[in-house]
Design a protein around this ligand. Structure first.
Ligand SMILES: Cc1cc2nc3c(=O)[nH]c(=O)nc-3n(C[C@H](O)[C@H](O)[C@H](O)COP(=O)(O)O)c2cc1C
Length: 149
């Protein structure tokens, strides 16, 4: 199945969350457009991730589509766990409407949770777009060989 999924090329995003004083995020390759009216997007996150917990508690999340120079950020947010590490310690970011936004991404999309769907070993979080920040930076495209440890 891995070989099949590899053919579904996508950009890479960091989904960011905020709950009280805590901010966190995780890398996702599994995300997509869903609807124009209302404007909806979807991220697929496994329930054991801290990021999934925080979205379920707060009902909000941000999608930071990384730019092509941000492979290190994709690895940091994709290999480290928020339960053990503050991934934002050395990551430049700012706050938009209460959610952390990684600096210098290709696009940022701030969402309110629209619906949740349990799907196999992941949860589909559908978000309604509330805020955006865009740039002319090209997105980082997922290539598995970039992530081999
Ligand atoms: C390139 C890449 C893509 C990933 N895509 C996803 C994804 O789409 N959904 C998911 O649940 N985890 C995905 N992960 C794994 C999470 O980013 C990883 O488990 C992370 O450490 C979870 O962090 P958290 O526990 O702080 O939320 C991906 C990891 C990498 C390196």
């Amino acid at each position: 199945m891995k070989n099949i999924f590899e053919k579904m090329k996508s950009s890479i995003a960091v989904v960011t969350t905020s709950e009280g004083d805590r901010i966190n995020g995780c890398t996702v390759a599994w995300f997509s457009r869903v609807s124009i009216e209302p404007a909806l997007i979807m991220v697929s996150i496994a329930p054991e991730r801290l990021t999934a917990d925080m979205i379920l508690k707060t009902g909000r999340f941000g999608v930071n589509i990384l730019s092509e120079t941000q492979l290190d950020i994709a690895k940091l947010f994709g290999f480290k766990k928020g339960r053990d590490t503050n991934k934002f310690e050395n990551t430049p970011y700012h706050i938009n409407d209460g959610l952390p936004v990684i600096d210098d991404t290709s696009v940022y999309i701030g969402c309110e949770l629209y619906s949740i769907h349990k799907a196999g070993d992941h949860i589909l979080f559908i978000g309604e777009i509330k805020t955006t920040e865009s740039s002319d930076k090209k997105p980082l495209i997922y290539d598995r060989k970039d992530f081999l440890k």
